[in-house]
Design a protein around this ligand. Sequence first.
Ligand code: HEC
Ligand code: HEC
Length: 133
Amino acid sequence: MITVCGQFGAARENLWQSAQTNITWQTECGACHMAFPPGMLAVDDWLDLLTRMDKHFGTDATLEPKAKEEIADYFKQYGARSPVFGSRDEVPRITTGDRFIGKHRGALRLWQKGQIKSLADCAACHKEAAAKE
Ligand code: HEC
Ligand code: HEC
């Protein structure tokens, strides 16, 4: 077990809470992992991800056209505007953006050593994420 996780609760909470939630997003994008808060990734990256949900990190997470449209609108409205929330990857991830890396040097070291299964499991370290699942 990673005992250092106890200290991680101090991260600011506002990023976890979007100004407004959306039930379609919450249901569709919260089915397999937590519904990652829209403010944690740039709008363009969210829209890019939505165009390839049939091959989503090794899973098929295809959406009905109507749901996809609604979620796209939600991301357009509440996705991050600042380039630091942009991903450099061919397939965008939150966990490879500059902002995430800058805030997670310690976590990344544990991950590289194999002590954390997935950096995308936000709730493993952030109690705000667990509360929203
Ligand atoms: C069928 C299951 C499933 C559904 C539904 C799903 N995902 Fe995922 N998603 C995954 C898996 C598996 C991963 C890879 C997790 C990992 O790397 O540990 C992932 C990873 C991600 C990541 C990258 C996390 C990181 O490492 O930064 C993002 C962003 C993401 N999903 C967004 C979404 C969005 C947006 C939706 C809804 C439109 C969605 N997902 C719906 C299975 C799913
Ligand atoms: C292995 C533990 C770990 C994992 C997994 C993890 N984080 Fe963190 N996170 C931290 C630590 C440690 C900090 C720094 C805490 C601080 O500055 O108070 C942090 C800081 C942050 C911050 C900065 C808070 C602020 O003040 O702006 C955000 C945002 C954040 N994490 C989001 C995420 C998201 C989203 C995920 C999942 C995609 C995630 N984290 C996964 C450990 C983790």
